[in-house]
Each structure stands twice: as C-alpha cells, then as structure tokens.
Design a protein around this ligand. Sequence first.
Ligand code: MG
Length: 173
Amino acid sequence: MEYSLNSNKVAACALKLLDDRGVKVEQIAELTHFLQQQYFPELTIEQCIESVESVLVKREVHNAIITGIQLDILAEKRLLLPELQDMIVHDEGLYGCDEVLALSIVNVYGSIGFTNYGYIDKMKPGILERLNDKSTGETHTFLDDIVGAIAAAASSRIAHRKQAEMESHSPTS
Ligand code: MG
C-alpha cells in the first residue's frame, strides 16, 4: 500500500510554519485585495480572508509550503550543499525552482492565477516587501513566491466566483 501521512498533520505543520515565519492570513488577504480591488471595488478584506483560508485547506498548498520553508530554513542554517546553499541564500535569478514550486499553488484555481502571480511578483506590495528585504539576514527565497502564489490563487477563486454570480443573475441564463 502506498504510504500516506495523515493530512491533518501535514496541514497543521504547514500553517504553523507560515506563522513561525511571520506570515499572517490577513497579510496574504491584503495581497489578494490588492490584486482584485480594481475589478471588484466593493470587495472586502473579510472576503479576501475567507478566500485565502479556502486556499489554505488544499493539500498541494500544504506540501508546497512545507517544502519551500524547509529549504529556506536549511539555507539560513547553512546546511545545504554549497552550490544550492549559495543560490538560495542569494536568491539567485537563474535558480527558478522557488517559482516553479509556487506554481503548484497557482495551478489550483486555473490559468488566471498565473497573471495574478506574475503581477504581484513584480509589484511586491505589503508583506512581500519585507520577505524580499535582504538586509534582515533571514532567507525567504521560497516563502515570498509561496505567499504571492497563495494570494494569486485566492484572487483567482474570487474572480471565478464573481463571474459565476454575474452569470446566475443575468437574464439569459
Ligand atoms: Mg523567490
């Protein structure tokens, strides 16, 4: 039989790691709000929090969080192979595996997530600015992409729902 770790344990571990690394659900929700407010000006921060929480129940999201933060922590402790160590600590542009891992989160709500993710990665608002601050001595090479990806996925979820709402209210459907 295939080995499978208890999903509740994986979920609890992922949420604790986010908290330990100083990332709050509200901060991710602010990024989601930043992404969607131009399309839905009436969107509240509470709706964004609800959407982020829905993304944070998915197993593929837990897996990405645990894998990425573990690598960030090992890099801070200088426990990685020297070549990987250098690339992760310096957040080297050509490395790219941090972004690829984050795409497994963006994927959860379909392709519009990619546009949101690319945009927020470029703008780096809110908590993303702190996670990208190289002067802190902390390493968040994976976490910044993971946080951006969770916000983008939550944002896509809102867009899909709003679309479905509009269609159900239109006289032709
Ligand atoms: Mg990164």
